[in-house]
Design a protein around this ligand. Structure first.
Ligand SMILES: *Cc1c(COP(=O)(O)O)cnc(C)c1O
Length: 368
């Protein structure tokens, strides 16, 4: 049996007619850059998260960067970010000339540790970016209270947490705004690149709408220095179709996570992901911790089971950030986990027999 990390082709086949029809409609109307299909998707995506406004942009990285631009967080400013995240989170801070300040993660839930946030705050701190890593909300209520106490902006990186909730409230709505990615492999993926910012703040919404289109609200009148960060019409139309299926796909991911728990529970070497009380985890990634990680990856690969690592090198130790002066030992939890993390195949297309097969092979590896 072959088990892919995810199967985008199977997903496409399950909704092919609707997708093909949506693409034809974009072609028929030549609505390629932003336009009506993007607008329709933005309204639906905001509603899906109980947010007032949504701006579609052309990647998750652009979503984070455009928020930095809108808040004018630049040279001399600091932004707190978790050490274990995809590189785009701190990169967006750096792109605007500000400095990312890394914070270690919680041992149990993998998200930014609220206990370690306050000691990282300085007079230059402007914002906290909380990443809802792997699909599980960070401790957003606690982090919001810390942000308020220190007059900082809370921004959520929701690139992995579409439709996740904490105590019934959607990720992306706890702080000033939430930044999403629609990279093809995300829980809601475009057929190309895409991203979005959701917010209840209308002034921020208007500014981001201008910034994504060269700082312009009226054609050829430029009030701000912006960027070309428009979401493509084709992606808007595709995402609008897929969004209808996202609630069911999310439940399927959660069901698959429950199956993994069932079939993996008798392997003492394995640490399964813990769900935080009150959190609805949407399992973008099913991340376990294992000893002899690289050997198990090789063994699974030989058995046609394809896995990943999120992430092998914490951001503060990346070469690009050598200039910031971090060293090994600064983020003990993130560093200690980096060579134990293993992401198992996960998607709504994954079948029970595939999960059983993965569990069998992991069991065989640790018994030998
Ligand atoms: C995917 C991802 C991003 C970047 O999104 P792109 O659409 O690839 O630019 C940012 N942050 C996190 C946590 C991600 O997983």
């Amino acid at each position: 049996m072959k088990v892919n990390f995810l199967d985008l082709h199977a997903q496409y086949l399950s909704i092919k007619e609707e997708i093909d029809d949506a693409i034809q409609q974009v072609l028929a109307r030549s609505a390629f850059a932003a336009g009506p299909f993007v607008k329709s998707f933005e309204e639906h995506f905001a509603a899906a998260h109980q947010a007032k406004c949504c701006v579609g942009v052309n990647s998750g990285t652009a979503a984070l960067h455009i928020v930095m631009m809108a808040l004018e967080i630049g040279p001399g400013d600091e932004v707190l970010v978790p050490a274990n995240t995809f590189f785009a989170t701190p990169e967006a801070v750096s792109l605007n000339g500000a400095r990312p300040v890394f914070v270690d993660q919680e041992a149990e839930y993998y998200n930014i540790d609220p206990e370690k946030i306050e000691q990282a705050i300085t007079p230059r701190t402007r914002a906290i970016i909380a990443v809802n890593l792997y699909g599980q909300p960070a401790q957003l209520e606690r982090i919001k209270a810390i942000a308020d106490k220190h007059h900082l902006v809370l921004i959520e990186d929701c690139a992995q947490s579409h439709l996740a909730t904490l105590n019934g409230k959607s990720t992306g709505t706890f702080g000033l705004c939430g930044c999403f990615s629609f990279y093809p492999g995300k829980n809601l993926g475009a057929y190309g690149e895409g991203g979005a910012v959701i917010t209840d703040d209308e002034a921020l919404y208007k500014k981001i709408m201008m910034l994504r289109d060269h700082g312009s609200a009226q054609k050829y009148h430029h009030d701000l220095i912006g960027h070309n960060y428009r979401l493509e019409g084709m992606q808007g139309a595709i995402l609008d179709v897929k969004l209808k299926y996202l609630p069911a796909w999310t439940e399927k991911r959660r069901h698959n996570a429950a199956l993994y728990r069932k079939y993996l529970r008798d392997i003492p070497q394995l640490v399964l992901p813990a769900e935080m009380p009150g959190a609805k985890h949407v399992y973008h990634i099913f991340c376990v911790r294992v000893p002899r990680r690289d050997e198990v990856i090789k063994y699974l690969g030989e058995n046609q089971i394809y896995t990943n690592i999120h992430y092998p090198i914490p951001c503060h130790l990346q070469k690009a950030y050598a200039g910031l002066g971090y060293k090994n030992g600064d983020m003990p939890v993130a560093e200690g986990y980096a060579d134990q993390l293993l992401s198992l195949p996960m998607s709504e297309q994954l079948k029970e027999e595939e999960i059983q097969y993965v569990a069998e092979k992991i069991t065989a590896f640790y018994q030998s």
